[in-house]
Design a protein around this ligand. Sequence first.
Ligand code: C5P
Length: 231
Amino acid sequence: MITPTAQSQVPVITIDGPTASGKGTVAGRVAKALGWHMLDSGALYRLTALATQQQGVDSDNPQSVADVAENLDVVFSDGTILLAGQDVTDLIRHESVGSLASKIATYGPVRQSLLARQRAFRCLPGLVADGRDMGTIVFPDAPLKIFLVADALSRAKRRCKQLSQKGISANLTSLLEDMLERDKRDRDRALAPLVAAPGAVTIDSSALTIDETVNKVLGLWSGKGDPSGPM
Ligand code: C5P
């Protein structure tokens, strides 16, 4: 059993940034290289949105949605996400779920309900956490914080490609519009807005490959004197 004091000593790399900046892919690759755990915090907001829809809960009522978040029956296992026993790995990636996630993510009680669940991912040997407020709110003491950005068109193209690879049809223009609207909502919200954490290193991945971005993050981590070092 890991004590709260020991938990604060578990290293964390936070990767925050706007929609489709490549956070998830980069976080997964960095976690793999270091042999660490990974937290896709956006998935928790998406799962809450999906569960709200599936349970017919009023998505305009912050407390009702927070109750859904509190009681999420979710299992993350080898890249598969089960919600109440149903495989929803691809379902939560639909843009409609992402839009509802961004709406309910503005509710304070929902963010509060998901806080402990997110912090519970902080286990040895380390954690790579991606989202919007990993470095500002959830793990403010993380020794390395990254703010990953990319221009909107590159992000929309990437998201379009990702969705079509999953067999989900997508239109570049509407994706771009939806993405800009979602970014604005994430940046302008009062609670945990999308902003670079103090001390975060900003990486613009518009012109970088995934490998180059991953290597930059690993280089920054080993520059911090990581005793285990990237593999
Ligand atoms: O990262 P992803 O696009 O999967 O996240 C879905 C939505 O969840 C985001 O648009 C954002 O509004 C919200 N979110 C958040 N805080 C996080 C992660 C995601 O508010 N840490």
